[in-house]
Design a protein around this ligand. Structure first.
Ligand code: NZQ
Ligand code: ZN
Length: 385
């Protein structure tokens, strides 16, 4: 096992009715800015419950944080925070709203050009405002991690940053609040959580059997519960299990002491930046290609994955690996997320454009061995044409 330094201070309030429990967690007398997206929270009762919980506080609102949140939009929130002397932020929504709030929290206290936060991946951050979150879409894990992904619309750049100052102080996970999700977002969330797990698991053996089994537990639970949530959308137990899987997939725990890949995410971010695909749609396209292109370097883990996650134990190694990759692709399709570029009306020109962007952004040493160069990324995309 590799050395590690694990830190996660986020308090999780899980279950139905937990929004009401945030009242004492927001400092008394704080001027609070509630940040949200395009209005889904006004249609499912979340907005009203949050307002009720904060009825004793002074609350301002910033609406309109878009999916794949824009730097340009968030800078308006930064201005509002400064103008109104806000001292606590509350993100209410999916990963985009939480990521956007993390950026605002850091940008308000950042010296110099705020885009440097993204340009330098968080290295220029020294402190951030405190904030909490009410999660409405299980997918990204942003509710319990210190990462954020922001898009600069003007230049079509989608970049990530991380810093320990942007862990949420608390996050509310009420599975009943996910009932209003469109099926597309339900499928997206399951695929995103699945791929987060794979990015930390599907590398090479690191003598970390506990981390492997945690990861396999999440993958198997998503495979079991994902299709059920599509078939039984009103089943609160299934919603709860999906929600907890998504949080556990990217709160740092399964990734301690093991090598990590993340090439699928880096390539996927370019696809979203250029063509606007949903985050999970890009992952469903890229992952099967990466697994295929890297099957020799990942051989031992692919065979373990085939056996333990998909019960594929018969046949030669090549056959078992090919079947495991096909089952993975089939699972994404079963969740309603297309796995071919053609499914999104994209063709060869998109591959050329994404590879050019990867080169421009110096994303040419990706993966756990830093050996996924532009040619390997091209080959991976070519497989999912
Ligand atoms: O804007 P509203 O009206 O709220 O609608 C949203 C949005 O249109 C809607 N929605 C959310 N909860 C709902 C709901 N609709 C009905 N009922 C509900 N309960 O869903 C749409 C998508 O929301 P969004 O927040 O964009 O989705 P998601 O949570 O998948 O977040 C995606 C973003 O997270 C980043 C992605 O790159 C992308 O920008 N990621 C963040 C990560 C992190 N911080 O660690 C890791 C991930 O790999 C990912 O990159
Ligand atoms: Zn993701």
């Amino acid at each position: 096992m590799l050395n590690f330094d694990f830190y996660n201070p986020t308090q999780i309030l899980f279950g139905q009715g937990q929004i009401a429990a945030i009242t004492p967690l927001v400092p008394a007398g704080a001027r609070v800015l509630m940040l949200y997206g395009g209005g889904s929270i006004k249609r499912n009762g979340v907005y009203d419950e949050v307002k009720a919980a904060l009825s004793g506080h002074t609350v301002f609102e910033f609406a309109g944080i878009e999916p794949n949140p824009h730097f340009e939009t968030l800078m308006q929130a930064v201005e509002l925070v400064k103008a109104e002397k806000i001292d606590f932020l509350l993100a209410v929504g999916g990963g985009s709203v939480i990521d956007g709030t993390k950026f605002v929290a850091a940008a308000v206290q950042h010296d110099g050009d705020p885009w440097l936060i993204l340009e330098k991946g968080g290295k220029t951050i020294t402190s951030a405002m405190p904030f909490g979150a009410v999660l409405t879409l299980p997918a990204t894990g942003s509710e319990m991690n210190a990462a954020s992904v922001i898009t600069r619309a003007a230049t079509q750049q989608k970049r990530a940053f991380m810093h320990r100052a942007v862990f949420p102080k608390f996050s509310v996970l009420d599975p009943a609040k996910t009932f209003t999700l469109p099926l597309r977002q339900v499928g997206n969330g399951v695929v995103d959580a699945f791929v987060h797990t794979m990015e930390q698991y599907m590398t090479y053996p690191a003598d970390a059997p506990l981390q492997d089994r945690w990861a396999e537990g999440i993958l198997q639970t998503l495979i079991e519960q994902g299709p059920r949530t599509l078939a039984e959308p009103e089943n609160i137990g299934v919603r709860a299990n999906i929600m907890w899987c998504a949080t556990m997939a990217l709160n740092g725990i399964i990734g301690v002491g093991v090598p990590q890949d993340w090439a699928t995410h880096m390539i996927g971010h370019e696809l979203t930046a250029l063509y606007g695909l949903d985050h999970a749609q890009t992952l469903a396209v890229v992952l099967p290609g990466i697994l295929t292109v890297r099957k020799d370097a990942k051989r031992a883990k692919l065979l373990q994955y085939a056996a333990r996650v998909w019960n594929i134990t018969e046949g030669g190694e090549e056959t078992r690996i090919a079947q495991a990759i096909e089952r993975t692709r089939g699972f994404f399709e079963q969740m309603g997320v297309k796995t071919r570029l053609s499914g999104y009306n994209l063709g060869q020109e998109a591959i050329d454009a994404v590879v050019a962007r990867l080169v421009e952004h110096r994303m040419v040493k990706l993966g756990e061995h830093r050996d996924i160069d532009a040619d390997a990324s091209r080959a991976a995309l070519q497989i999912s044409l």
